[in-house]
Ligand binder design. Structure first.
Ligand SMILES: O=C(O)CCC(=O)C(=O)O
Length: 258
Protein backbone atom coordinates (compact mmCIF):
# COMPACT_ATOMS: atom_id res chain seq x y z
CA UNK A 1 0.00 0.00 0.00
CA UNK A 2 1.72 3.28 -1.09
CA UNK A 3 2.19 5.67 1.86
CA UNK A 4 -0.31 8.29 0.90
CA UNK A 5 -3.18 5.96 0.12
CA UNK A 6 -3.18 5.51 3.90
CA UNK A 7 -4.56 9.05 4.17
CA UNK A 8 -8.33 9.31 3.83
CA UNK A 9 -8.49 11.43 0.66
CA UNK A 10 -12.30 11.61 0.77
CA UNK A 11 -11.99 13.71 3.90
CA UNK A 12 -8.50 15.24 3.81
CA UNK A 13 -6.48 16.83 1.00
CA UNK A 14 -2.99 17.51 2.33
CA UNK A 15 -2.72 20.73 0.31
CA UNK A 16 -6.13 22.07 1.46
CA UNK A 17 -5.37 25.61 2.64
CA UNK A 18 -8.64 25.93 4.62
CA UNK A 19 -7.84 22.72 6.52
CA UNK A 20 -4.32 23.98 7.24
CA UNK A 21 -5.62 27.39 8.38
CA UNK A 22 -8.07 25.67 10.80
CA UNK A 23 -5.28 23.49 12.16
CA UNK A 24 -3.05 26.56 12.67
CA UNK A 25 -5.85 28.34 14.51
CA UNK A 26 -6.60 25.35 16.78
CA UNK A 27 -2.92 24.95 17.63
CA UNK A 28 -2.69 28.67 18.44
CA UNK A 29 -5.87 28.82 20.52
CA UNK A 30 -6.02 25.41 22.18
CA UNK A 31 -2.66 23.73 21.63
CA UNK A 32 -4.39 20.73 20.10
CA UNK A 33 -5.83 19.79 16.70
CA UNK A 34 -7.74 16.53 16.25
CA UNK A 35 -8.35 15.15 12.74
CA UNK A 36 -10.72 12.16 12.96
CA UNK A 37 -10.61 9.41 10.29
CA UNK A 38 -7.37 10.83 8.90
CA UNK A 39 -6.18 7.29 8.12
CA UNK A 40 -8.40 4.98 6.07
CA UNK A 41 -9.97 1.98 7.81
CA UNK A 42 -7.98 -0.45 5.65
CA UNK A 43 -4.65 1.29 6.42
CA UNK A 44 -5.53 1.27 10.15
CA UNK A 45 -6.13 -2.50 9.86
CA UNK A 46 -2.73 -2.95 8.16
CA UNK A 47 -0.98 -0.85 10.83
CA UNK A 48 -2.66 -2.74 13.69
CA UNK A 49 -1.64 -6.02 12.10
CA UNK A 50 2.00 -4.77 11.90
CA UNK A 51 1.87 -3.84 15.60
CA UNK A 52 0.31 -7.21 16.54
CA UNK A 53 3.18 -8.99 14.77
CA UNK A 54 5.93 -6.80 16.25
CA UNK A 55 4.45 -6.50 19.78
CA UNK A 56 6.62 -9.30 21.28
CA UNK A 57 9.68 -7.09 20.53
CA UNK A 58 8.35 -4.11 22.49
CA UNK A 59 10.20 -2.92 25.58
CA UNK A 60 8.17 -2.75 28.81
CA UNK A 61 9.01 -0.06 31.33
CA UNK A 62 7.45 1.37 34.48
CA UNK A 63 9.22 4.65 35.20
CA UNK A 64 8.63 6.82 38.26
CA UNK A 65 8.90 10.52 37.59
CA UNK A 66 7.29 13.89 38.31
CA UNK A 67 4.76 15.76 36.10
CA UNK A 68 7.55 17.71 34.37
CA UNK A 69 9.45 14.52 33.45
CA UNK A 70 12.51 15.80 35.31
CA UNK A 71 13.28 12.35 36.59
CA UNK A 72 14.25 12.73 40.22
CA UNK A 73 11.39 14.37 42.09
CA UNK A 74 12.81 16.66 44.77
CA UNK A 75 11.18 16.63 48.20
CA UNK A 76 9.28 19.72 49.33
CA UNK A 77 9.24 21.32 45.88
CA UNK A 78 5.52 21.82 45.17
CA UNK A 79 4.05 19.90 42.24
CA UNK A 80 7.57 19.01 41.04
CA UNK A 81 7.81 16.74 44.10
CA UNK A 82 4.78 14.67 43.06
CA UNK A 83 5.85 11.13 42.17
CA UNK A 84 3.81 9.49 39.41
CA UNK A 85 4.07 6.09 37.75
CA UNK A 86 3.73 5.00 34.13
CA UNK A 87 3.59 1.52 32.69
CA UNK A 88 3.62 0.70 29.01
CA UNK A 89 5.41 -1.13 26.20
CA UNK A 90 7.03 0.66 23.27
CA UNK A 91 7.95 -0.47 19.77
CA UNK A 92 10.87 1.50 18.33
CA UNK A 93 11.39 2.91 14.83
CA UNK A 94 13.98 0.25 13.98
CA UNK A 95 11.46 -2.51 14.70
CA UNK A 96 9.43 -1.44 11.66
CA UNK A 97 10.68 -2.90 8.34
CA UNK A 98 10.94 -0.73 5.22
CA UNK A 99 7.73 -2.37 3.93
CA UNK A 100 5.71 -1.18 6.96
CA UNK A 101 2.68 0.95 6.01
CA UNK A 102 3.12 3.02 9.16
CA UNK A 103 6.82 3.62 8.50
CA UNK A 104 6.20 4.56 4.87
CA UNK A 105 3.60 7.10 5.96
CA UNK A 106 6.03 8.64 8.49
CA UNK A 107 8.78 8.80 5.87
CA UNK A 108 6.62 10.42 3.20
CA UNK A 109 7.54 13.98 2.25
CA UNK A 110 3.88 14.90 1.69
CA UNK A 111 2.98 14.08 5.30
CA UNK A 112 6.02 15.97 6.60
CA UNK A 113 5.01 19.04 4.59
CA UNK A 114 1.38 18.78 5.77
CA UNK A 115 2.43 18.59 9.45
CA UNK A 116 4.82 21.52 8.94
CA UNK A 117 2.06 23.63 7.47
CA UNK A 118 -0.45 22.66 10.20
CA UNK A 119 2.07 23.57 12.90
CA UNK A 120 2.80 26.84 11.09
CA UNK A 121 6.58 26.48 11.33
CA UNK A 122 9.18 27.46 8.72
CA UNK A 123 11.14 24.21 8.76
CA UNK A 124 10.35 20.74 10.05
CA UNK A 125 12.60 17.69 10.22
CA UNK A 126 12.04 14.10 11.26
CA UNK A 127 13.77 13.23 14.51
CA UNK A 128 17.28 11.78 14.29
CA UNK A 129 16.54 9.35 17.14
CA UNK A 130 16.80 5.86 15.57
CA UNK A 131 14.29 4.51 18.13
CA UNK A 132 12.02 7.43 18.94
CA UNK A 133 11.51 9.05 15.52
CA UNK A 134 8.52 6.77 15.03
CA UNK A 135 7.40 4.68 17.97
CA UNK A 136 4.26 2.88 19.00
CA UNK A 137 3.00 2.85 22.55
CA UNK A 138 1.27 -0.38 23.51
CA UNK A 139 -0.79 -0.22 26.69
CA UNK A 140 -2.41 -3.29 28.20
CA UNK A 141 -4.82 -4.04 31.05
CA UNK A 142 -3.69 -2.05 34.12
CA UNK A 143 -1.21 0.19 32.24
CA UNK A 144 -1.35 3.97 32.63
CA UNK A 145 0.52 7.06 31.46
CA UNK A 146 -0.06 9.49 34.28
CA UNK A 147 -0.24 13.30 34.26
CA UNK A 148 2.71 15.00 32.61
CA UNK A 149 3.92 17.91 30.51
CA UNK A 150 6.05 17.06 27.49
CA UNK A 151 9.59 18.31 27.07
CA UNK A 152 9.03 18.97 23.36
CA UNK A 153 6.90 21.68 21.73
CA UNK A 154 4.64 19.28 19.88
CA UNK A 155 3.73 15.63 19.48
CA UNK A 156 1.99 14.07 16.48
CA UNK A 157 0.07 10.91 17.23
CA UNK A 158 -2.09 8.47 15.31
CA UNK A 159 -4.62 6.40 17.23
CA UNK A 160 -4.55 2.85 15.86
CA UNK A 161 -6.55 0.77 18.31
CA UNK A 162 -8.60 1.71 21.39
CA UNK A 163 -8.48 -0.45 24.50
CA UNK A 164 -11.64 -2.31 25.59
CA UNK A 165 -12.18 0.33 28.31
CA UNK A 166 -10.21 3.27 29.69
CA UNK A 167 -7.20 4.54 27.75
CA UNK A 168 -8.73 8.01 27.30
CA UNK A 169 -6.43 10.86 26.34
CA UNK A 170 -7.25 13.42 29.05
CA UNK A 171 -6.01 16.97 28.62
CA UNK A 172 -5.94 20.13 30.71
CA UNK A 173 -5.25 22.60 27.94
CA UNK A 174 -2.71 25.35 28.73
CA UNK A 175 -2.84 24.63 32.49
CA UNK A 176 0.84 25.53 32.84
CA UNK A 177 -0.13 29.15 32.18
CA UNK A 178 -2.73 28.97 34.98
CA UNK A 179 0.02 28.32 37.53
CA UNK A 180 1.14 25.98 40.28
CA UNK A 181 -2.15 26.02 42.22
CA UNK A 182 -4.21 24.89 39.22
CA UNK A 183 -1.67 22.11 38.51
CA UNK A 184 -1.75 21.01 42.16
CA UNK A 185 -5.58 20.96 42.10
CA UNK A 186 -5.61 18.75 39.02
CA UNK A 187 -3.05 16.38 40.56
CA UNK A 188 -5.32 16.08 43.58
CA UNK A 189 -8.29 15.11 41.45
CA UNK A 190 -9.96 18.38 40.41
CA UNK A 191 -11.23 17.63 36.90
CA UNK A 192 -12.75 21.01 36.05
CA UNK A 193 -10.10 21.77 33.41
CA UNK A 194 -9.97 18.23 31.99
CA UNK A 195 -11.23 17.45 28.51
CA UNK A 196 -11.12 14.02 26.88
CA UNK A 197 -9.77 14.41 23.33
CA UNK A 198 -11.60 12.04 20.97
CA UNK A 199 -9.02 9.54 19.73
CA UNK A 200 -10.83 6.83 17.83
CA UNK A 201 -8.78 4.59 15.53
CA UNK A 202 -7.52 6.53 12.50
CA UNK A 203 -7.41 9.93 14.26
CA UNK A 204 -4.34 12.12 13.75
CA UNK A 205 -3.66 14.52 16.60
CA UNK A 206 -1.24 17.44 16.76
CA UNK A 207 -0.60 18.45 20.34
CA UNK A 208 1.45 20.98 22.25
CA UNK A 209 2.10 19.13 25.49
CA UNK A 210 4.62 21.54 26.96
CA UNK A 211 1.89 23.82 28.33
CA UNK A 212 -0.97 21.30 28.63
CA UNK A 213 -0.85 18.58 31.27
CA UNK A 214 -2.20 15.32 29.92
CA UNK A 215 -2.47 11.64 30.69
CA UNK A 216 -3.76 8.33 29.32
CA UNK A 217 -6.26 6.95 31.84
CA UNK A 218 -5.78 3.37 33.11
CA UNK A 219 -6.39 0.64 30.53
CA UNK A 220 -9.04 -1.94 31.33
CA UNK A 221 -9.67 -5.15 29.42
CA UNK A 222 -8.16 -7.58 26.99
CA UNK A 223 -7.71 -5.35 23.92
CA UNK A 224 -4.46 -3.30 24.05
CA UNK A 225 -4.35 0.39 23.13
CA UNK A 226 -2.02 1.17 20.21
CA UNK A 227 -0.92 4.76 19.47
CA UNK A 228 1.80 5.72 16.99
CA UNK A 229 3.95 8.71 17.91
CA UNK A 230 5.62 10.57 15.04
CA UNK A 231 8.51 12.79 16.15
CA UNK A 232 9.65 15.96 14.42
CA UNK A 233 11.64 19.04 15.30
CA UNK A 234 12.18 22.48 13.82
CA UNK A 235 15.95 21.85 13.95
CA UNK A 236 17.70 19.10 11.96
CA UNK A 237 19.51 16.27 13.75
CA UNK A 238 17.52 16.39 17.02
CA UNK A 239 18.02 13.23 19.04
CA UNK A 240 16.91 12.14 22.50
CA UNK A 241 19.28 11.49 25.40
CA UNK A 242 20.82 8.09 26.18
CA UNK A 243 18.95 8.19 29.48
CA UNK A 244 15.60 8.50 27.74
CA UNK A 245 16.49 5.77 25.21
CA UNK A 246 17.46 3.37 28.00
CA UNK A 247 14.30 4.09 29.95
CA UNK A 248 11.86 3.91 27.01
CA UNK A 249 13.53 1.36 24.70
CA UNK A 250 15.80 -0.52 27.09
CA UNK A 251 18.87 -0.18 24.85
CA UNK A 252 21.20 2.19 23.03
CA UNK A 253 22.07 2.27 19.31
CA UNK A 254 25.10 0.15 18.45
CA UNK A 255 28.04 2.39 17.58
CA UNK A 256 29.26 1.99 14.00
CA UNK A 257 32.96 1.06 13.80
CA UNK A 258 35.26 3.49 11.98
O1 LIG B 1 -0.42 7.68 24.05
C1 LIG B 1 -0.89 8.82 23.90
O2 LIG B 1 -1.97 9.03 23.38
C2 LIG B 1 -0.16 10.03 24.38
C3 LIG B 1 1.27 9.84 24.66
C4 LIG B 1 1.81 11.00 25.45
O3 LIG B 1 1.17 11.61 26.25
C5 LIG B 1 3.16 11.39 25.26
O4 LIG B 1 3.90 10.72 24.53
O5 LIG B 1 3.56 12.43 25.84
Amino acid sequence: MPALTAVNAERYQLSDSALIARANEQMQNEGVCVLPQFITASAVRAMVSECDTLAPLAHRSAPRRNPYLTKAPSAGDGTAATVLHDSLEVLAYDHFPASSVLRQLYESEALLEFIRACLGVEQLYRYADPFGALNVSIMRDGDVLDWHFDMTDFVVSIALQSSSHGGDFENASRIRDAGEEAIADLLSGDRRRVRVEPMSAGTLMLFNGRRSMHRVSPIVGRVPRYVALLAYDTKPGTDSTDELKLSRYGRLPTKSRT
